[in-house]
Write a protein that binds this ligand. Structure first.
Ligand code: BTN
Length: 333
C-alpha cells in the first residue's frame, strides 16, 4: 500500500514543482486548506530549516534545503532496499533505543525501521552507562530482524561501527578510525559509539536494535565537562574537528545506506569479510593496550588481532594470549 504523504511533504512537493514563486492561494487550492493554514505550514517548514522566500503579492519560493534528518527527507534521499523505509522522528525522546525495541517487539514488519531523535533525555551507552545526547547530535536506532545464526550477533556492532566510520569518512573527509570494540575515533578521540540490544532464543534472533550515537554538531567540551570524572576517554565532535557544522541529513543518509550494505555483506559473505574490513579501518592493532573491566586493569599487552567472533586477541605481558570479549580498551599510540 503506498504511504500517504504528510502535510510538510505535500507542501514541499508543491514548492519543488514550481521553479519560481507560487501564490498562497494556489497552494491553498492544491492542498484544500485555508490561506491562514498555508501561512502556518510555511512557518513550520521554516522552523524545520527550509529557506522559503516570500514576496508580497506574489507568493512563496523554496530557496534552500534543511539539513535536519527529517523522516520525509531521509525517505526521499535513501537508496536502500529496507533500512529507513520507515522512519520515526522525535524532537525529544527518552531514548531512541527504547522506542525502537518497543516497536520491534510489537511489529513483525519492522525490519529496517529507524527511530531518530533530535535530543535524548535518557540516552543509553554501553555497559549501562549514560549517553549525553544534546541537540545537534545524530542519535538513532535501527531495528533488524536478522537472518543470521545466533552466533553472528556479536558481529552486528562491528557492522554498525564500520558503517558509521565509512559514513564519516565519506561525508566529512575526516580521518575516522575504529577502536575495539565499536568506537569511532578521530585523532584518538571518540566521536561515535554503538549500542546493541538483542532479543534471541536458543536458535533464533527475534530482533536486534542497533543504537548509533554520533557527536555531530555538538560541543564536545561541554559534554566532557558534564561527564567530569566519569569520562573514560577523550571525546570530540564532527563540528569540533571540521570547524563548522556537518550536514546531519547527509550524514544520516550515508550512515543508513552503509548500515544496509555492511549488513548485507555480513549475511552474504559472513564474519570474515566484516572483520577484515573492520581491521582495515582500525589503527590500534600492533599497539600496546590496557584492558579495563569495572574500572580495573585486567590485562596489559599488545593488541594482536580481532577474531572472527569479534573478540580481541591480546599478547599479554603476563598471561600469554588472551581473547577479550568485552570491556574498555586504552590504547597507547
Ligand atoms: C557507547 O556507549 O559508546 C554507545 C552509545 C550509543 C548511543 C546511542 S544514541 C542513539 C541510541 N539511543 C540510546 O539511548 N543510545 C543509542
Amino acid at each position: 500500500m503506498p504511504r500517504t504523504s504528510s502535510r510538510p511533504e505535500q507542501f514541499l512537493s508543491i514548492l519543488r514543482s514550481e521553479p519560481g514563486y507560487i501564490s498562497g492561494q494556489d497552494i491553498a487550492e492544491k492542498v484544500g486548506i485555508s490561506g491562514s493554514a498555508v501561512w502556518k505550514q510555511i512557518r513550520r517548514l521554516r522552523e524545520y530549516g527550509y529557506a522559503i522566500e516570500s514576496l508580497h503579492g506574489t507568493g512563496y519560493r523554496l530557496a534552500g534545503q534543511t539539513d535536519l534528518p527529517l523522516p520525509w527527507e531521509l525517505t526521499r534521499m535513501l537508496t536502500t532496499s529496507f533500512v529507513g523505509k520507515r522512519v520515526i522522528y522525535r524532537e525529544v525522546a527518552d531514548s531512541t533505543q527504547s522506542l525502537a525495541m518497543a516497536l520491534a517487539e510489537k511489529d513483525q514488519s519492522s525490519h529496517g525501521a529507524v527511530v531518530i531523535a533530535e535530543q535524548q533525555e535518557s540516552g543509553r551507552g554501553r555497559l549501562k552507562r549514560k549517553w549525553l545526547s544534546p541537540k545537534g547530535g545524530l542519535w538513532l536506532s535501527v531495528v533488524l530482524k536478522p537472518r543470521i545464526p545466533v552466533s553472528g550477533i556479536t558481529l552486528l556492532p562491528f557492522v554498525a561501527a564500520l558503517a558509521v566510520c565509512a559514513a564519516i569518512r565519506e561525508g566529512t573527509k575526516l580521518d575516522a578510525r575504529l577502536k575495539w570494540p565499536n568506537d569511532v575515533m578521530i585523532a584518538g578521540k571518540k566521536v561515535a559509539g554503538i549500542l546493541l540490544n538483542v532479543s534471541a532464543e536458543a536458535q533464533q534472533i527475534n530482533y536486534a536494535v542497533i543504537g548509533i550515537g554520533v557527536n555531530a554538531n555538538v560541543d564536545s567540551s561541554a559534554i566532557a565537562s558534564r561527564l567530569g570524572s566519569k569520562l573514560l576517554q577523550q571525546i570530540t565532535s564532527i563540528r569540533d574537528e571540521l570547524g563548522r557544522d556537518a550536514n546531519r541529513l547527509q550524514l544520516a543518509t550515508l550512515v543508513l545506506e552503509k548500515i544496509e550494505s555492511c549488513y548485507l555483506e555480513l549475511e552474504q559473505k559472513g564474519a570474515r569479510a566484516i572483520i577484515q574490513a573492520w581491521k582495515k579501518n582500525s589503527d590500534m592493532l600492533g599497539h600496546r593496550v590496557a584492558v579495563m573491566q569495572n574500572g580495573r586493569t585486567i590485562h596489559q599487552g599488545v593488541a594482536a588481532d580481532v577474531n572472527e567472533d569479534g573478540s580481541l586477541l591480546i599478547h599479554t605481558d603476563s598471561s600469554g594470549d588472551v581473547s577479550v570479549v568485552s570491556g574498555d580498551i586504552h590504547v597507547r599510540y
